[in-house]
Design a protein around this ligand. Structure first.
Ligand SMILES: [Fe+2]
Ligand SMILES: [Fe+2]
Length: 134
């Protein structure tokens, strides 16, 4: 397992659910990496990318709907990750080198997501919680 502790929680349950589900997707992918199962990594890596895209799209739609003041900064952090993932996907298609994905998850994505939830997502959820009643 890559993510062994619960990710930081924010003020909106829906966002926490999305983050928790992403942690599960990442852990499944990480297990396939440890098993060195290339076909499984291929399938789960694609699922992971789709999950990240949906995760970001949900947050962006809410920020747009409720005119969140820091929308451009939040989006630019998401865009940076989407670009990294697109580059990584191209490298993966060429090389099928499991270590590329392993190094990215450990060295880039995991520290990023924890920091991003603690900063951008926490502030965003605090703002959105005024409007979205769960
Ligand atoms: Fe998020
Ligand atoms: Fe976010």
């Amino acid at each position: 397992m890559l993510i062994t502790e619960q990710l930081p929680q924010v003020a909106l349950n829906k966002m926490n659910e999305i983050h928790n589900k992403e942690a599960e997707v990442i852990n499944e992918l990480y297990q396939a990496i440890e098993e060195k199962d290339v076909d499984k990594v291929d399938k789960l890596f694609k699922e992971f990318i789709k999950d990240v895209q949906e995760h970001f799209a949900y947050e962006q739609a809410q920020m747009e709907k409720y005119n969140f003041f820091a929308y451009p900064i939040h989006i630019s952090e998401h865009d940076m990750i989407l670009q990294q993932l697109s580059r990584l996907e191209k490298e993966w298609e060429k090389t099928k080198d499991i270590n590329l994905i392993k190094a990215y998850l450990e060295g880039e994505f995991l520290p990023w997501i924890i920091n991003h939830i603690n900063t951008m997502d926490a502030v965003t959820a605090g703002y959105l919680a005024q409007f979205i009643k769960e």
